[in-house]
Each structure stands twice: as C-alpha cells, then as structure tokens.
Write a protein of this length. Sequence first.
Length: 94
Amino acid sequence: MPKKRTRGRPRDDRICSKCGQTISLPHTIGGRITQKRIERGYSQKDVSDRLGCSPSHVSWLELDKCSPRLNEMVSIAKFLKTDLNYFLEYKKGE
C-alpha cells in the first residue's frame, strides 16, 4: 500500500523525467525553495503574495515544472532570508 503524503510536506525525492534517475529533493532549485519555505513556516500563498503571482505558479516552481526568472529568485531569497547562492549552487555528484 502506498504511503500517504501529508499535505504541504515535500517528498524526499523525485524521478527525473528525462533520465529516470532519482533526484534528491533539496538538490533542485524547486526542492530548495520548498525546503526553505517550510523551514520558515510559510505557505505557497505567502510566497505568491510576495512575488505577485498565483500560488499555482509557486507550486510549479517548487515542482521544477518551470524555471524561476532571476527577479523571482531574488525576491524568493529575500523573503525566505536566504542567500541567493543557496538556491543556485551545484555540488559535484548531485
């Protein structure tokens, strides 16, 4: 029987649609946004209000279905009180 997901709680990993490999959630930009948003206690609605977009757009960003524009990343980083480099860093092997 599959595990139930708790609403608003991110999955630990995803399957890459291009190569089929498992991607650990915090290793994607969307995963890092989700992780910091939840750590700070904000909802997707809170982030969308700050960005001036819909909560569904924030959901798409977090699911890596679309890429954030630079100005969105700057706004998200400021709102979540996180260095912009945290979202953009790449570590070898990820």
